[in-house]
Design a protein around this ligand. Structure first.
Ligand code: PHE
Length: 352
């Protein structure tokens, strides 16, 4: 019997030598250590042996089992190491190769300028107030002191969304961000009708005008409106605010200039110019030799507009301004055609 166990061990170890992969190893385990293996038969036959034989055979059978299990574990280890080595060699990688670049987008020049404006006005104490791109005639014009048929409406050629059956109050695409002044004032008044709070806001967004498209005019363009309302606000506050804005936006040395103008919703009204930051006022092609660049319109909020917003013009005054962010971007980067902004041409966009 002991001799038989030696043979079982010898045969099993010999068979193990030719096991080359994990599947063959599993088959070997079933054959030589599994329930119906010769070795297990010896174990189940122990009960039939004589009392003298049983301990020696049992001991020997256990030794054989341990030896086979140890050999199995060792073989399994070497097989796993070999397969790892094979896969490392097969998928060899060159760690000195340069990495693959992850394509990264960037902000549109419009967005870059808008974010800079938000930052500057935010630092100066203005909140951002968003309002609608689709408006009624009432908000876009009437409440801003452009009555029906007022000639100043011709300054802004209008896109009508819906006119049928709406009489004097058609739905329009906003031609400027100024209607947001009324929405904002009414919003603040609704929160506290007896004592409406002071207003310090900027209203950014897209506006639409039915214009002949040229290198300087698009039918869709950005504006950023400013509005400050409170007791005792003066034209001096308006000038100081815009002068400070210009220094923050275009550099500490930037000078500003105000020229009398007209808007129905401000009185007095002015055009706001900054000294040309490209030639420092000497005169160049961008400022057409004048040394000054037109940035926007502004003025003191007309009492009728304050009233329409719900602020008592006896107790409150205010100023407003409307700036053209795309004009600032064009001047700054010497972009000669506003049409580039919406053409999505990567050769243009990748420059910013
Ligand atoms: N809404 C005017 C425009 O688009 C600009 C403006 C805003 C003027 C605020 C004065 C005050 O032409």
């Amino acid at each position: 019997m002991l001799e038989k166990l030696n043979q079982i061990q010898g045969a099993a170890l010999e068979a193990l030598d030719s096991v080359a992969d994990e599947a063959a190893l599993e088959a070997w385990r079933v054959t030589h250590l599994g329930r119906s293996s010769a070795l297990m038969e010896v174990f189940s036959g122990l009960g039939g042996l004589s009392r003298e034989q049983r301990p020696a055979v049992g001991q020997k059978a256990n030794q054989v089992k341990n030896a086979l299990e140890a050999a199995l574990a060792e073989r399994s280890g070497t097989l796993r190491a070999a397969s790892l080595k094979r896969s490392l060699e097969g998928e060899r990688l060159d760690v000195t190769l340069p990495g693959r670049r992850i394509p990264m987008g960037r902000l549109h020049p419009d967005s870059q300028t808008m974010r800079e404006l938000y930052r500057i006005f935010g630092e100066m104490g203005f909140q951002i107030f968003r309002s609608h791109e689709v408006e009624s005639d009432e908000y876009n014009y009437q409440l801003l002191n452009f009555p029906v048929g007022h000639p100043a409406r011709d300054m802004q050629d209008t896109y009508f969304v819906e006119a049928e059956g709406r009489g004097d109050n058609p739905i329009v695409l906003r031609t400027h961000t100024s209607p947001g002044q009324i929405h904002a004032m009414r919003h603040f008044v609704a929160g506290n009708p007896e004592n409406p709070p002071p207003v310090r806001i900027v209203l950014p967004g897209v506006c639409y005008r039915y214009e002949q498209i040229t290198n300087r005019h698009e039918t869709q363009f950005e504006q950023i409106e400013g509005l400050a309302v409170g007791p005792g606000i003066t034209f001096g506050d308006l000038k100081g605010t815009l002068a400070d804005f210009a220094r923050r936006m275009f550099g500490q040395e930037t000078r500003t200039r105000f020229r009398a103008s007209y808007f129905p919703f401000t009185e007095p009204s002015a055009e706001f110019d900054v000294e040309c930051f490209l030639c420092a006022g000497k005169g160049c092609t961008v400022c057409k030799g004048s040394g000054w660049l037109e940035i926007g319109g502004c003025g003191m909020v007309h009492p009728v507009v304050l009233q329409n917003g719900g602020y008592d013009p006896q107790r409150y005054t205010g100023f407003a301004f409307g700036l053209g962010p795309q004009r600032m971007t064009m001047l700054r980067h010497r972009i000669e055609d506003i049409r580039y902004f919406y053409q999505n041409d990567l050769r243009f966009l990748e420059q910013f």
